[in-house]
Design a protein around this ligand. Structure first.
Ligand code: NCD
Ligand code: ZN
Ligand code: ZN
Ligand code: ZN
Length: 380
């Protein structure tokens, strides 16, 4: 018997943007370790990005991931397929076959489809299949050689900055292409004031656009980066306080639909290469709810219902997924959270295979204590 007295009982959290690294980068994470890390964070459904090796551009690779998730994973894993073969931006993958195999959409996460024509073709094809395009927005010519945002930190350290318009130019472009093709266009990890403005405007015109934001872009700005530590390096980068305020307002007014973690594990060896050379990305699953609960709910800025909704019902609605106990005939996805006990983020307690997080040492409330996925206790 489970005792949940005094605890929050919520539908299992849903994370529509995660990197599980398998196949190909098992030294960073595997489906076994990544799904356990998700379970610790209270997530019962996660959608994994295709920048694996091989990338998820064939039915075989989709099946490989689904099989692994079933045999070795502990939560529900839904793969995305690549927009282009090998993520090279040259030739579209077989969207119909990938759909048949069970992908939830097509994406270019981590690279960004650079050609407008290629993106337009992809959107038209996805629209004809009733499937969404999930776009990582970045104009590569504006970001080459940069590791942090254009702002106070870059200035202080004499670094080239990633400008806000590198993201917003693609959001603007892709919103127009979505209007032209009628596709459902979902914007990855929104981080700038300009992107929020463009998405808000597009929604007012009835364009089928949805968007996501990550916890780190809601709680950290570039002014919080303590030094040249690559555990503070991710894509998009931590932006200015003005941008942080804008994405918070975007989430609050419904311009941004949901919260995702963009869980992006990298080994310590890789992160030790330093701010300039280390790969982009930080862990997400295990601190997501405690961070947002502590920062926005404990302080009275958001209701608990608002936060839970953006991590459960909203993503389920947008992507047509079952959640909680509402899918008839199948077992429950439930997360039980201790809202009272304050606990420090300890490196030795991280379940993910990687440890790349800027939040070690933070004292947070709102820790998931029991996670039930498909009726099984997967974290306790
Ligand atoms: C991601 C990764 O490591 O795969 N990195 C990141 O900083 N978010 C790629 C991505 O989501 O763009
Ligand atoms: Zn991305
Ligand atoms: Zn884009
Ligand atoms: Zn990502």
């Amino acid at each position: 018997v489970l005792d949940a007295s005094g605890k929050l009982v919520a539908p299992g959290f849903i994370d529509m943007h995660v990197h599980l690294r398998e196949p190909g980068f098992e030294h960073k994470e595997t489906i076994a370790t990544g799904t356990r890390s998700a379970a610790r964070g209270g997530f019962t459904t996660i959608a994994c990005m295709p920048n694996t090796r091989p990338v998820i551009d064939t039915v075989d690779t989709v099946n490989y991931i689904k099989d692994k998730a079933e045999t070795e994973g502990v939560v529900r894993v839904i793969p995305y397929g690549c927009i282009t073969k090998n993520e090279l931006g040259r030739e579209l993958t077989d969207f119909a076959a990938l759909k048949e195999a069970g992908v939830v959409g097509y994406t270019d996460d981590g690279v960004g489809v650079q050609s407008a024509q290629m993106m337009k073709d992809a959107m038209a094809l996805a629209a004809s299949l009733g499937m969404p395009i999930i776009a990582h927005c970045e104009d590569n010519t504006l970001v080459e050689g940069a590791a942090v945002t254009e702002g106070a930190f870059a200035k202080k350290h004499g670094l080239k900055g990633i400008p806000n318009e590198s993201e917003a130019i693609h959001v603007g472009r892709d919103v127009l292409l979505a209007e032209a093709t009628g596709v459902h266009y979902h914007v990855c990890h929104v981080s700038t004031e300009q992107s929020v403005r463009l998405i808000r405007h597009a929604k007012q015109f009835g364009i089928k656009v949805t968007a996501e934001v990550c916890p780190h872009h809601l709680v950290l700005s570039d002014e919080d980066i303590p030094g040249m530590d690559a555990n503070w390096k991710m894509n998009p980068p931590l932006r200015t306080p003005r941008d942080v305020q804008a994405v918070i307002e975007g989430l609050e007014d419904g311009t941004i639909d949901m919260i995702v973690t963009d869980h992006a594990p990298h080994s310590e060896e890789e992160k030790e290469k330093g701010m300039q050379l280390a790969p982009f990305g930080i862990l997400g699953f295990e601190t997501a709810f405690p961070l947002l609960y502590s920062k926005f709910v404990v302080t009275g800025k958001w209701t608990l219902g608002f936060l839970v909704d953006r991590m459960t019902a909203k993503p389920a609605d947008v992507f047509g997924l079952p959640y909680g106990t509402l899918h008839a005939g199948s077992a429950a996805d439930i997360t039980i959270v201790d809202l009272e006990t304050e606990q420090e983020v300890l490196k030795e307690e991280i379940v993910s295979k990687s440890k790349n997080t800027p939040f070690i040492g933070w004292k947070l409330q709102g820790w998931p204590v029991t996670t039930i996925a498909s009726g099984n206790i997967v974290w306790s």
